[in-house]
Structures are given as C-alpha cells and as structure tokens.
Design a protein around this ligand. Sequence first.
Ligand SMILES: C[S@@+](CC[C@H](N)C(=O)[O-])C[C@H]1O[C@@H](n2cnc3c(N)ncnc32)[C@H](O)[C@@H]1O
Length: 332
Amino acid sequence: MRYFGSKTSTVQQLFNLVSERIPSGTFCDPFGGIGTVASYFKQNGYLVTSGDILSFAHSFQTARIVLNRPSQFRRLQTALNLSSSTDIVNHLNSLKPISGWLTREYAQERLFFTPTNAKRIDACRRAIKRWKTEQLITPKEHAVLIASLIDSMDKVANTAGTYYAFLKSWHRKAMRPFSFEIVRPVAGPLGCRAVLTEAETLVADNEVDILYLDPPYNHRSYPRYYHLPESIALGLTPRVHGSAGMPKRQFHLSRFNRPNDAANALRDILSQAKYKLLVFHYSDDGLIDAGEVKSILHKYGRVEEHSILAAGYTNVTGPRSIDHRLYLVNND
Ligand SMILES: C[S@@+](CC[C@H](N)C(=O)[O-])C[C@H]1O[C@@H](n2cnc3c(N)ncnc32)[C@H](O)[C@@H]1O
C-alpha cells in the first residue's frame, strides 16, 4: 500500500551505505511502518526487529517480516471444507457483498470507495472478524488477512494516499474492481521479529548492530491519517464524524509530531540506545532543524551526512521530491 513517509524509493541507497559498513548482523527499525525497510534488510540476510505503534502496521510487519512461509490456514480450511490457502483467497473474493459499517460511512456518506467495492470489502472484513472470534485462525494468520485486506482495499481507495480525505471526483484506480490478494512473507533468516510498541521501549530493550531511526518528521499524525486501516485492524466499527469519517477516539500523538518536543524525543531515545551503527533518517524540512539534529548526534560520535533525493511520497498528481538526509554515527 502507499504509505506516507515510505522509503521505498530510497531503501536501495540506504542499504548500500549501511551494508558496506556492517555487511551482516542485527538490524532494528523501531519506526517500521508497513515494513518496507526492515523487509529489504531481511531479504538481504540481516536479523531484523521491527516496531510501530499502529496495529495495522504491525499486521504488515508480521505478514512480511515475522513469517517465513505463506500461512496455511489449516483450521480454517477444515472448517470451510477447502483444500488450499488459495481456496481461501477465492472464497473471500466470492463472498456475497454486504452493506455494513464501511459501506455506510465510507461509500454512502463519503466517497472513499465505490459502493460495489465497499460492499465486498465489508464482506471480507466481517468474515475475517468472525473467523478470529471463532478461533479458526491463529493471531499470525489474522495479521496476514488484515494486512492483505488493507493492502487490497488501498488499491481501490479514492484517496491521494492517506485516509485524511477522499478525492472530489472518482480516481481511475477507485473504479477498478476490488480483489483480495495475499501479502506474502519476504524470504530471509528465521527469528525476525515485529513488536507493537513505542520506539522508546524497543530501543531501550535491544542491543543491535544497526539501529535505523525513521520517525515522523512533521506534525502529520499517522493514527489520524490512517484511521480506517487502524479501525479495521482493531476490529472496530466506531461512530465517525467530519468529511474524513474520523472515528471518535483518542488518537496517540507521537512526540516526534510535536514541534516543541521532537528534539527532546530524539535525545531521549538516543540516551537509551545500544548499537554499533546508528542511522537517523530525516527530512530537511523536518520539525528538528538540521543544525539541531547534528548537535544532538555529535554527542554520540563522528556524524557522517548523506543527502538523498527521494521520489518521496507519491500522490495522484505525480511524484514529488523531498530532500532526505541520512546521518550515520559509528559507535567506535
Ligand atoms: C516515517 S514513517 C516510517 C516509514 C517506513 N520507514 C517506510 O519506509 O514505510 C514513521 C512511522 O513511525 C510510527 N511512529 C510514530 N511515533 C512512534 C513511536 N513513538 N513509536 C513507534 N512508532 C512510531 C508511525 O506510525 C509511522 O509508521
């Protein structure tokens, strides 16, 4: 799925810089999002630990990073009298459409999806929820199905990439028929982990070779921008309001989203960190200005700076470039 702040376009450059310094070992990505960077390092043989505070992001990380083989859904296969995991995908794709919460709030009241697609997404959402309640799927299988549903749904969402707003007119991709497709695990070493927790906790609890920090760099809050994927991952159907269909729940605001706290959040996390190589990935127009970043990092050793021109987050009007900076600090 498209993810705000995704490093898809820069992960190769990042990998080259890191791997020539530390060619193997442990890699920790506490602000892991949907697992783009960590799965790249996993694929290249690193033992990865990934984190995030969002449940739906954790589902993606479980599906791509924790698992090494496609899920078999054995209990579900037996219950549904099916003979393979492919049959489960076919089963989800042939469910009778249902007009439920998502259809009402995000296709009738608002134009995030066409009604035809929304009813099919609702049918999949309800089936997965029921299978979980009836314990026909394991927690990891549930994570795979949730990541797959959100990934498939995102491909037909009438948005510019986040769920903060829908587009005024129907985008071409929103007119395509919804199709449930499975998110597959990335091949790599056994023992990679995903932890649903604050980055501060993950960093304090782990000593690693490479610590990669890619926190939010502006005021935009991920729980608000991705409220719908998060409601689905949490199995919630909340009352919603406003043009975005924002749920009436308390949203966690990361310290890295707060102009007056972002620099202290970085100081706090680094004070607990144990690594051989620290990589801090930040945008040049981030809340912590480049001078302050350098002065914070200098306490921990010699700082190497690499500028990266990224395609950045892509919206429907086309790619835009954001200047990223990678700060490398060697702990020797
Ligand atoms: C810039 S994005 C990471 C993007 C990711 N590297 C990628 O390539 O897709 C920052 C992530 O940090 C998460 N986040 C924000 N505050 C956090 C915190 N205190 N602890 C853990 N994760 C946090 C957000 O939910 C978001 O997924």
